[in-house]
Design a protein around this ligand. Structure first.
Ligand code: GDP
Length: 424
């Protein structure tokens, strides 16, 4: 029996989806425990290329039970769309291999509206939301103004509950943003079209996982985004609205007794960041554009160009600590093959002082990167499958990162395909 978590160490988009897809053959259950449709995991396998947002990445493996936990922002519209997309390419999705926690709250249509309205109000001070309704959803959840997926089985109570939330929400829509109010007919038809079809998947996921755990099944927790986007420990307020850390997995899944044996932290061989907020190691101009194109760094959900930079060892060391990672998967090492000298952010300079400690968020806007260059390998390593076959410069790069972050690099990924991985 083993319980593992795959989590992001940086700003997200580290390649977690491909790592989960690779490792799911060892697990019976794959569980999403936080986040929503605002970020995408890209997976390439025998069925094609997919950008998963809500479906756990184990959906492609026969025999794996995929669970959407109570901590997820359950967006019925996006989930149905995603189920349709993957089934159209021959993947089987049904109540046997997809389970939704009855305690997951529904992301309602006004959450997306409010996200867009608030970003428009903020104009140039915006947070860079993907406008999927995630921040309004989690705010409402904490205000106890959402409905639980399991309420769909109690139509009378659901009606009462939704009516009272709608009245409250219309006050904000109309009086704060000058938007149109919702009517109950609109909500009813939304429920019929998007929420009702999910009923066969809804179950007591917590009991399911507790008994799977007691039976010695292997369980994998899959997180979205990365340490630096964690609501409590990230670059607040430029974080997401949920906890991206492995420590949240037992709460967000309902597997209360879980002891996580291995936390695999995914780190990209260089840095990328989507949206607004401090990004100390950011590169600009031609150098940035070359890296962006080499790495295909355009958002999985939005297609927008990602900000790029060299690996940030200060932020990565902090990310490893926040995730309590027991090992690291270093992805996209192949992308650096075009550089003769590879930049590495070793430390930050804040008010003339050099530090290797990740600072309090407010200080990030003053921090400047301290960059060093290491020798590149200048060749294509995407076909390499054994560590000793990597060019010496590539091994030196891996070992430099490993010693700087203080965590074993167990996997080195050199391509997007399922088997393009070196296991050390
Ligand atoms: P996630 O949210 O952490 O899964 O990250 P993304 O969806 O942004 O995935 C990262 C992208 O990089 C996807 O397009 C992957 O197919 C691709 N990818 C992952 N690992 C590697 C790798 O080692 N090399 C290359 N060239 N591409 C990779």
């Amino acid at each position: 029996m083993s319980v593992s978590a795959i989590v992001g160490i940086n700003w997200g988009d580290e390649g977690k989806g491909r790592m989960v897809d690779l490792l799911t053959s060892d697990f019976d259950y794959v569980v999403r425990y936080q986040g929503g449709g605002n970020a995408g995991h890209t997976v390439i396998n025998e069925y094609g290329k997919f950008a998963l947002h809500l479906l756990p990445s184990g959906i492609f493996r026969g025999g794996v039970v995929n669970v959407i936990g109570n901590g997820v922002a359950l967006d019925p519209e996006n989930l149905l769309k995603e189920i349709r997309e993957v089934t159209s390419k021959g993947v089987t999705v049904g109540p046997d291999n997809l389970k939704i926690s009855e305690r997951a709250s529904l992301l309602l249509p006004w959450h997306r509206d409010l996200d867009a309205l608030e970003e428009a109000r903020l104009a140039d001070k915006k947070y860079g939301s993907t406008k999927q309704g995630i921040a309004p959803f989690y705010s409402d959840k904490y205000q106890k103004k959402t409905v639980l997926a399991g309420e769909l089985f109690y139509p009378d109570e659901l009606r009462e509950h939704l009516l009272s939330i709608m009245e409250w929400k219309n006050l904000t829509l109309v009086n704060v943003y000058g938007a149109k109010p919702y009517t109950f007919e609109m909500l009813e038809s939304w429920i019929a079209e998007y929420a009702e079809p999910l009923k066969p998947y809804i179950t007591d996921a917590s009991s399911l996982l507790e008994s799977a755990y007691a039976d010695g099944k292997n369980i994998l927790f899959e997180a979205q985004l990365g340490s630096l986007r964690d609501l409590d420990y990230g670059i607040y307020p430029y974080t997401t609205s949920s906890n991206t850390t492995a420590a949240f997995a037992p709460v967000g899944s309902g597997l209360f007794s879980a002891v996580i044996d291995e936390t695999i932290g995914v780190v990209k061989a260089y840095s990328t960041c989507v949206g607004e907020g401090p990004f100390v190691c950011e590169m600009f101009g031609d150098e940035a554009e070359k890296l962006r194109i080499a790495g295909g760094e355009f958002g999985a959900k939005t297609g927008r160009p990602r900000r790029v930079g060299p690996i940030d060892l200060v932020a990565t060391r902090y990310g490893v600590k926040v995730q309590a990672a027991t090992c690291v998967a270093l992805t996209k090492l192949d992308i650096l093959g075009y550089m003769s000298d590879i930049p590495v952010c070793r430390a930050y300079e804040i008010d003339g002082r050099i530090t290797e400690e990740f600072p309090f968020p407010v200080l990030l806007s003053k921090a400047k990167p301290v960059i060093e260059y290491v020798k590149g390998w200048n060749c294509d390593i995407s076909g390499v499958r054994r560590y000793e076959d990597l060019p010496v410069e590539a091994r030196e790069y891996v070992e430099l990162v490993e010693s700087a972050i203080g965590c074993r690099i167990k996997y080195v990924s050199v391509g997007p395909e399922r088997d393009s991985v070196i296991i050390r």
